[in-house]
Design a protein around this ligand. Structure first.
Ligand code: PLP
Length: 476
């Protein structure tokens, strides 16, 4: 493709994108296609001769949009949000044009250096203590991982190498295999499944602990488990505290957990994948009290801070436990400036990495902190509006206190009736929700996801839920 055609194609695509997003509300949120719908819509083989870009444009509605779930529709209330904004889309275009693989500083200095500075900006925005930031002058700093799952695994590997190092100093006669077989980590039973998976991938035991009646992991529970395991000859080495659990957006008692981790010299990782974005608003920082006791902290601007996937921000106080422990240094990746700036290949699992900090730079500059705060506050206010509407109807109850942009609610009564309600809501096809279950109680989750959501949309979503409830309760 020549530059002239590229300009025509990209400008047609830009127009298409703007139209798509501005009118997304009018589309059916979940498509009605069946598995295998796409194959008959495209040829069996790749074309031998090039096609014009207009042919591709012509197929987008027919082949792609007919099978898209519209995550940015105000009618989409499933899971947690995934972020989307024009500045971020444009930044990804530039990233695609530069198309560098920034694994070392020299592989593209701007890629590394902008990331270091953006993670400092972002860290300050959410009120992270200086000890996490590169600008503090020490070894600490931030890195963009692809996902929160990767951050949890990277932190676990850091915890593992720190503990291994300490124990080998204290007990030179112990073998690595012996130590590994005794390592045990901890998380809330309500932690995301990626925490358990990090344990499996890292080859260590992970215990999920019972939360209190507000679904929070408490310090005492953690301490008891650690002491029990220590008596049984195990070696506690890693704790994940969740701020904003996936099922119901509950917040672990970070301050209490931090005290236990400090006392027992255990690596504390904070998973604030969704809720972390809210800490740009000072009024929500009480939920991260005790963060200074953590060793690593992670949240996903790609969930709730208008930066498109993938952008998972992670800070480490002592990256050396990852950088040094898992360093392989072949000649072709060495360079003269090694040591004077981070070589991010050592901070992550893969070698290759895109220029993702551009998205942060564009979004932070073009929105400003002020408008990002407005976005968060608006979503939380909309969740409270839904909560109010729901509570005005005495057939319904809340399952969890509403703190962020998630409302966990159910019809008073059996799980079966609530399962029928969800089937009915999704079956009517106007809005989309997913359920969750805690302690055998089935409930529905309504997440405020779209940056286009307005009060009217929430009232309409509530009307849909109410109409579905009417049908289910009438036995229709
Ligand atoms: N942690 C929590 C609390 C989450 O809610 C999620 C996803 O919703 C994750 C981790 C996984 O996030 P990712 O897809 O970035 O790995």
């Amino acid at each position: 493709m020549e530059a002239k055609e590229f300009k025509e194609f990209s400008s047609a695509m830009t127009n298409y994108i703007a139209e798509y997003l501005e009118n997304i509300r009018d589309r059916q949120v979940v498509p009605s296609v069946k598995p295998g719908y796409l194959r008959p819509l495209v040829p069996e083989q790749a074309p031998e001769k090039p096609e014009p870009w207009t042919a591709v444009m012509d197929d987008i509605e027919r082949v792609i949009m007919s099978g898209v779930t519209h995550w940015h529709s105000p009618r989409f209330h499933a899971y947690f949000p995934t972020a989307n904004s024009y500045p971020s889309i444009v930044a990804d275009m530039l990233s695609g044009a530069i198309a560098c693989i920034g694994f070392t500083w020299i592989a593209s200095p701007a890629c590394t250096e902008l990331e270091v500075v953006m993670l400092d900006w972002l860290g300050q925005m959410i009120g992270l203590p200086e000890e996490f930031l590169a600008r503090s002058g020490g070894e600490a700093g931030g890195v963009i991982q692809g996902t929160a799952s990767e951050a949890t695994l990277v932190a676990l590997l850091g915890a593992k190498s720190r503990t291994m190092h300490r124990l080998k100093e204290q007990h030179p006669e112990w073998t690595e295999v012996e130590i590994l077989s005794k390592l045990v980590g901890y998380c809330n039973k309500q932690a995301h499944s990626s925490v358990e998976r990090a344990g499996l991938l890292g080859g260590v035991k992970l215990r999920s602990l019972a939360p209190d009646n507000k679904r929070r992991l408490r310090g005492d529970t953690l301490k008891e488990a650690i002491e029990e395991d220590t008596r049984n000859g195990l070696i506690p080495f890693y704790v994940v505290a969740t701020l904003g659990t996936t099922s119901s957006c509950a917040f672990d008692a970070l301050d209490e957990i931090g005290n236990v981790c400090k006392e027992k010299d255990i690596w504390l990782h904070v998973d604030a994948a969704y809720a972390g974005s809210a800490f740009i608003c000072p009024e929500y920082r009480y939920l991260m009290k005790g963060v200074e006791k953590a060793d690593s902290f992670n949240f996903n601007p790609h969930k709730w801070m208008l930066v498109n996937f993938d952008c998972s921000a992670m800070w480490l106080k002592q990256p050396r436990w990852i950088v040094d422990a898992f360093s392989v240094d072949p000649l072709y990746l060495k360079h003269d400036q090694q040591g004077s700036a981070p070589d991010y290949r050592h901070w992550q699992i893969p070698l290759g990495r895109r220029f993702r900090s551009l998205k942060l730079w564009f979004v932070l500059r073009l929105y400003g902190v002020e408008n990002l705060q407005k976005h968060i506050r608006k979503h939380i206010a909309l969740a409270h509006l839904y909560e109010k509407l729901c509570l005005e109807d005495d057939r319904f109850e809340l399952y969890e206190e509403v703190t962020m942009g998630l409302v966990c609610f159910r019809l008073k009564g059996s799980n079966d009736i609530n399962e029928a309600l969800l089937r009915r809501i999704n079956g009517r096809g106007k809005i989309h929700l997913v359920p969750s279950k805690i302690d055998d109680v089935y409930f529905l989750r309504l997440a405020i996801c779209s940056r286009y959501s307005e009060e009217n949309d929430i009232r309409e979503s509530w009307a849909e839920v109410k109409a579905s409830a009417n049908e289910v309760l009438a036995g229709n």
